[in-house]
Design a protein around this ligand. Structure first.
Ligand code: AQP
Length: 329
């Protein structure tokens, strides 16, 4: 039997090249080697306020984008998290075995709660819900960007704690990071992770950005005071641009060095822009085609939820039994 892969993305903002290179690119690549479940995690999105009308259309748009990126609904289950109620059900049960201190230590919680005006409980519980997403399907492999490593460790800790407290119930998930592009940084500030929720016109490249806008953003990206690429001394901005190029083109380290050593920053940026534009152009065309029929996208999501529900229900039943909750048989 094939091993199971599970990963998710929030329908917040517009997916950017960080999401793509850190996670989404791999989803399509590995889908035929695994029993694949890819989740649009709308329950995670509402840990911060979302405009209700916008959220619903963002879910459909994101589903369209995942299909445009090559997720094949014949092989992979594309699932909206809130359409499978067992995600929330299991999250509550796992909340009850998770020490508060584990959650307060999460760096993403600390960072988000420092900038938010008021902190909802959902923001603290976010990693427990993520653990539930993964453990619900007994996933073996979870392909994510580097920013999710700590949450994945927590998911394993929660699984281990549950297994030893009650009964051996959960499979231990393994984190799968890409070798290049695991953390793409903001173009305007290469010290900060590229993020959907960070505002600023020059920060992120959305997968749906106009191709001319993409070129402009890259040409304006922050570099450093040196005029040309030096692999020994380069700063974070140049390093980030080279990572973007390498992740898009999949050239080897040696080929990258040969191609870019001594190149002036203007030429480096032109090459990066060309690589990004030529990869995103066909994706955008597929996206337009797919989303011209919203009923097709909605049908894919219905089928996805239907396909995964038996596995989700099976795990919740096991957890209930293990915890001594009332079950019908
Ligand atoms: N900058 C990044 N570089 C590499 N991978 C990244 N990911 C996110 N940002 C980068 C990976 O993309 C997947 C989906 O991310 P998400 O939408 O679930 O949440 P996130 O990590 O919180 O992404 P954002 O863009 O920063 O969203 P907001 O601003 O809404 O919080 C994950 O696998 C993630 O690792």
């Amino acid at each position: 039997m094939k091993k199971r892969v599970l990963s998710g993305i929030q329908p917040t903002g517009s997916p950017h090249i960080g999401n793509y290179l850190g996670a989404l690119k791999n989803w399509a690549k590995i889908q035929y080697d695994y029993d694949s479940i890819y989740c649009i995690v709308d329950l995670h999105a509402i840990t911060v306020y979302q405009d209700p009308a916008e959220l619903k259309s963002k879910i459909l748009e994101l589903a369209g984008m995942l299909l445009a990126l090559g997720i094949d609904p014949k092989h992979s289950s594309l699932v909206v998290q809130s359409m499978v109620p067992q995600h929330a059900e299991l999250a509550w049960m796992l909340t009850c075995v998770t020490p508060l201190g584990w959650l307060e230590r999460m760096t993403q919680f600390k960072a988000k709660s420092e900038t938010a005006d008021s902190i909802g409980d959902g923001l603290l519980q976010y990693p427990v819900l993520m653990a539930a997403d993964i453990l619900l399907y007994q996933a073996h492999v979870v392909p994510v960007g580097d920013d999710q490593t700590q949450h994945l460790e927590l998911a394993r800790d929660i699984a281990q704690r549950f297994n030893s407290l009650y009964a051996d119930t959960f499979t231990m998930p393994e984190t799968r990071l890409p070798t290049v592009g695991a953390r793409i940084m903001g173009l305007d500030d290469p010290e900060k992770k590229m993020s959907k929720s960070t505002t600023g016109a020059g920060h992120a490249i959305s997968l749906l950005d106009d191709l001319k806008v993409i070129q402009k953003k890259i040409m304006r990206a922050t570099t450093d005071s040196s005029p040309e690429v030096n692999f020994e001394t380069m700063g974070a901005g140049v390093k980030n641009l080279l990572s973007i190029y390498q992740a898009f083109t999949e050239v080897s380290d040696d080929a990258l060095r040969n191609e870019f050593s001594g190149l002036r920053y203007g030429d480096l940026k032109k090459k990066v822009a060309e690589a990004v534009v030529s990869a995103l152009e066909p994706i955008q065309a597929r996206y337009r085609e797919i989303t011209s029929d919203r009923s097709y996208v909605a049908k894919v999501l219905e089928n996805g939820a239907e396909r995964v529900t038996p596995a989700a229900a099976d795990t919740v039943e096991k957890v209930k039994r293990a915890m001594g909750l009332y079950t019908r048989n």
